[in-house]
Design a protein around this ligand. Structure first.
Ligand code: GLY
Length: 357
């Protein structure tokens, strides 16, 4: 089993291996909790029951809290329903919540844990590639409201994260592809070996029985190092948003029907072109982005004619300061910088380079 330590205000471990149910249960028992709630998406009822049986055998009282799938689960109504269950079951400060599922489940479980009695332990058990390499690590929790996505939440670090590689076998190939965008992102911002492994063979790279476990470990190691130094995104953590400014604008325009990873892939292409046009990186590095993203099946272009809507979306990005759009950009692989307040002409030029047709 690989274990990556995340430093910060409350250090914790991310365990990466196959068949981690026993390890997860042993960890929960060690916390001294009497009550455990497993917050999970509907399709994960079976693995949730297996964990519940393991914990029940050790005399813990387990409640299964199924949530609606994906973003529909990240609402105040769903959170409130779980708070009601915690109240009925007399959850105390010593008790534990497990977040089992994709990023929506781990975000919601973290949010409920952060707010119940001003904060109880959450143990994250991500089941999608995206949640393994991004959402479950780093303590960002939240729900969506009418005002927007993830505007209500809190930084609440998990007590531990269990990345069970066995779950990857159940994912659709598109889920692996979309999750790989965040892995590629960590390659560009901090670990060139990730890029080399994919360049060597994208097929082997995304194969659970070949290089995918190493890529997951490397990607989590990058994220762990960054959030361990800057949990609350005072500066360094912002680099994890590489490709996200334009990516979020696409997601918003598409009413969140695009996979996050697909949007981030196009977002990386956009900002790579923006950086190239400023002379920060050369054409070859833009081409390297395109080649790597295309090799795993990620999109690298977006439809033409949508600049005004995308611009509007970028104007409302959370990273902006003093009304200026702010991009995380590269000066080279592993050399992160910022582009602040680019002109509309620069944005239009980068958009023209990634537009279809
Ligand atoms: N997903 C970016 C972050 O956790 O900061």
């Amino acid at each position: 089993m690989a274990t990556i330590k995340v430093n910060g205000p409350t250090p914790y471990n991310v365990h990466i291996a196959r068949n981690l149910t026993n390890n997860l249960a042993a960890h929960v028992k060690e916390t001294g909790a009497a009550n455990v709630a497993i917050v999970h998406q509907p399709t994960l009822a079976a693995p949730a029951r297996v964990i519940a049986e393991e914990l029940g055998a050790a005399n813990l009282t387990v409640t299964l809290a199924a949530t609606p799938d994906a973003e529909a689960g990240k609402t105040i109504e769903v959170a409130s329903g779980i708070w009601d269950v915690l109240g009925t079951e007399n959850f105390s400060r010593q008790d534990v919540i497990i977040g089992l599922g994709g990023g929506a489940a781990t975000d919601l479980a973290g949010f409920v844990a952060a707010t119940w009695m001003r904060g109880i332990k959450v143990i994250q058990a991500p089941t999608t590639l995206l949640a393994m390499v991004d959402a479950a690590v780093g303590g960002k929790t939240g729900i969506n409201t009418d005002a927007g996505k993830n505007l209500v939440g809190s930084f609440h670090e998990p007590d531990a994260v269990f990345v069970d590689l066995e779950r990857l076998y159940t994912l659709a190939p598109e889920e692996i592809t979309a999750g790989s965008a965040e892995i590629i992102k960590t390659g560009f911002i901090a670990d060139e070996r990730i890029l080399e492994i994919i360049e060597d063979s994208s097929e082997r790279a995304l194969d659970v029985d070949q290089n995918l476990p190493e890529l997951i470990e490397r990607s989590i190691a990058v994220k762990a190092s960054v959030v361990g130094q800057d949990l609350k995104e005072a500066g360094l953590r912002e680099m994890l948003n590489y490709g996200h400014t334009f990516g979020h604008a696409i997601e918003k325009r598409e009413n969140y029907s695009w996979r996050h990873g697909d949007a981030v892939a196009v977002g990386m292409m956009f900002v790579a072109n923006l950086a190239k046009n400023r002379g920060l990186i050369d054409h070859a590095l833009v081409q390297r982005h395109r080649d790597i993203l295309q090799s795993v099946g990620l999109p690298t272009t977006y439809e033409a004619g949508a600049f005004d809507e995308l611009y509007e979306g970028m104007l409302h990005d959370k990273k902006n300061r003093d009304g200026k759009i702010r991009f995380v950009a590269l000066e080279g692989v592993g050399e992160v910088t910022r582009i602040e307040g680019p002109s509309i002409e620069e944005l239009q030029a980068a958009y023209a380079e990634i537009s279809e047709g």
